[in-house]
Design a protein around this ligand. Structure first.
Ligand code: PLP
Length: 292
């Protein structure tokens, strides 16, 4: 029942009564940004990092955050409070707002529409988690500001559909011979014991999960590097992972129909996944884990 609750512009409403006008620029132009914050046992995870990225996305589209971080935290608290004990993700979106005239020019007087609601995260299936996923590589046809978490995701949606047509779970996007990220995930490879992820750039989203994986690697003494990854390095990698707030760390065991490593999640994945799961468990039990 309480999953039905929506925050909309200062009010808490049932989903059916939460409406934005058809002239909202988020609908007409994709003129909006979003975040997805996982909440384990009802406790939002890595809130500061998600809010910092929201600020960066908004600044990049010439908007100020309509809510302070304290206000966002209290929205998260109110939405997750009835869901204590269960895992959810909080979806939030800030659109530029509704304006009666459809015109590409950004109106000077327009009030943002802000909304958020919770969605259940299905319990992790240990069999699926330990079996790994399949991926294919596809041409990255997205724009050159993929560092903005914009709702304009049609290229990602179509790439995911193409991956599905090929019997894969995710597409890994390749631009000018460089491997960037998944349609909704960041990419890691393990090569000769070294964990590698592509460097920050306008061509990929700086993932909150990716940063956590790097923090955990640092603490565990696992060597890592930010470096560009070409197709040959991807193809020869010992392990390939995709990370996101909802997917966590997923091991890719099949790439373009060929086995990765020995076709099962590798030992480095197991090590990092254990650390990641321990972090989630500490949060569930009420202690902060890598949250600030
Ligand atoms: C394109 C893209 N890259 C990476 C990610 C992973 O980001 P995060 O770990 O913050 O969920 C996402 C998440 O949705 C994404 O859409």
């Amino acid at each position: 029942m309480n999953e039905d609750l929506v925050y909309l512009n200062g009010e808490y409403l049932p989903q059916a009564r939460a409406c934005v006008p058809l002239t909202d620029r988020g609908l007409l132009f994709g003129d909006s940004v979003y975040e997805v914050v996982p909440a384990y046992g009802g406790r939002p995870f890595r809130v500061s990092q998600h809010l910092a990225r929201l600020d960066r996305s908004l600044a990049a589209i010439r908007m100020r955050n309509p809510l302070s971080h304290a206000q966002w935290r209290s929205v998260f608290e109110r939405l997750t409070e009835p869901l204590r004990g269960r895992d959810h993700s909080i979806y939030l979106q800030v659109t530029r707002g509704a304006y009666p005239v459809r015109n590409h020019v950004i109106p000077s007087e327009v009030r943002a529409n802000v909304f958020a609601f919770c969605m259940p995260i299905p319990p992790r299936d240990p069999v699926v988690a330990t079996r790994g996923i399949r991926a294919v590589t596809l041409d990255d046809i997205r724009w050159h500001r993929c560092d903005i978490k914009a709702t304009t995701l049609l290229a990602n949606v179509l790439a995911r559909a193409q991956a599905g047509d090929a019997g894969a779970d995710e597409a890994i996007l390749v631009r000018d011979g460089q491997v960037m990220e998944g349609t909704a995930s960041n990419l890691f490879i393990v090569s000769n014991g070294l964990l590698i992820t592509p460097p920050d750039s306008p061509e990929l989203l700086p993932g909150v999960t990716r940063d956590l994986v790097l923090e955990l690697a640092h603490e565990a003494g696992v060597p890592f590097a930010h470096a560009t990854i070409g197709m040959a390095e991807l193809g020869n990698a010992d392990e390939v992972w995709l990370t996101s707030s909802t997917r966590e760390i997923a091991a890719v065991v099949e790439l373009n129909g060929r086995r990765v490593g020995d076709g099962a999640p590798g030992p480095m994945w197991q090590r990092m996944d254990d650390l990641y799961q321990a972090c989630k468990e500490r949060l569930r039990l009420g202690s902060e884990c890598h949250d600030e």
